[in-house]
Write a new protein. Structure first.
Length: 316
């Protein structure tokens, strides 16, 4: 082949090579100009961010060994009450809630709340709510939580929502434990209410649900108090102790006739109003006033916690 023919072959081969090179450079430029998938992916919205933060908070709460131990105690107490009544029962089904357990296992659920509402449930809730802010400050993780784009208000709402979920779970656990124990140890049938009316077992189960929700609302009100105390200190044990002391003082004041005038404004005065579910018809007026008192406590102490937390200088 002559040199002319070689030159012609090379010249004919160059254009495809040039076109290929141009195509490669074009792809490179397009790749540089095209935004990455991470850049075009929309940032998570505030609702999704709060939901993820709440799910993480709930997971930490129910994985903590201390909290699991307290839930275990809540589950054991109805069993102990049921066994004690079973052993000591002589067949007397008196008019009180405790006295009716031997005649109907469903009454054990109501008796469990009578026994646990004064101190056991409040202590459990105080530990979780009192540790919500003070515990993070003591561990030095509160500042890192505030780095997230949730903001202090949203973080406080998430903390309180976690407390409410724990209150509902704790009260439901008490009810389930008492129901199972009652079914195993005692006969089950129509329930005779405190007002003397007998209702079917299915209606009694619905009333148990009302008691659970009412008790959870009362504990959530205490959770707001403990959360407010938690914003005042970096020592979680101090927040828990203060909350428990407030409960004890409130119960002592409720028992003194000379200070009966302050009884309506005491939180513990309304915890026992769940017995309105054991009357026919249900005492919705009394329970409604209790729910109003709980809402007032949540509003007052929630506002105090928000004011304190949003203006607090976080150093830990």
């Amino acid at each position: 082949m002559s040199m002319g023919e070689n030159g012609t072959a090379v010249s004919e081969a160059l254009p495809p090579a040039r076109e290929e090179a141009r195509a490669v450079r074009r792809e490179v430029r397009l790749g540089e100009e095209r935004p990455s998938a991470a850049a075009v992916r929309p940032a998570p919205g505030p609702v999704r961010h709060i939901t993820r933060l709440l799910a993480s908070e709930i997971g930490l709460t129910f994985r903590r060994p201390r909290n699991l131990a307290m839930l275990g105690v809540l589950a054991v107490v109805p069993v102990v009450v049921g066994i004690a009544v079973r052993v000591a029962s002589d067949g007397d089904a008196g008019g009180s809630i405790i006295g009716q357990i031997a005649g109907n296992g469903l009454m054990l659920t109501f008796a469990a709340f009578v026994v646990m509402m004064p101190i056991v449930l409040p202590l459990t809730v105080s530990v979780v709510a009192g540790d919500a802010i003070a515990g993070e400050a003591a561990q030095g993780t509160l500042r890192y939580l505030l780095v997230a784009p949730a903001g202090r208000t949203r973080l406080l709402l998430v903390k309180y929502a976690n407390v409410v979920v724990f209150c509902l779970a704790a009260c439901a656990l008490v009810a389930v434990s008492a129901l199972v124990t009652g079914l195993v140890l005692f006969p089950v049938g129509p329930v005779t209410l405190l007002s003397g009316t007998t209702i079917p077992a299915a209606d009694a189960l619905l009333r148990i649900g009302v008691v659970v929700l009412y008790a959870a609302a009362g504990m959530a009100a205490l959770g707001a108090v403990a959360l407010a105390v938690s914003t005042l200190t970096e020592a979680p044990i101090g927040a828990v102790a203060t909350s428990v002391v407030l409960v004890v003082v409130s119960q002592v004041l409720s028992a003194i006739p000379q200070v009966a005038a302050v009884r309506p404004v005491l939180l513990t005065s309304w915890w026992g109003a769940f017995d309105g579910a054991l009357r026919a018809p249900m005492a919705f007026d009394e329970m409604g006033r209790g729910l109003f008192a709980f809402a007032a406590y949540v509003l007052v102490f929630g506002s105090f916690a928000w004011s304190r937390f949003t203006s607090k200088d976080i150093t830990a």
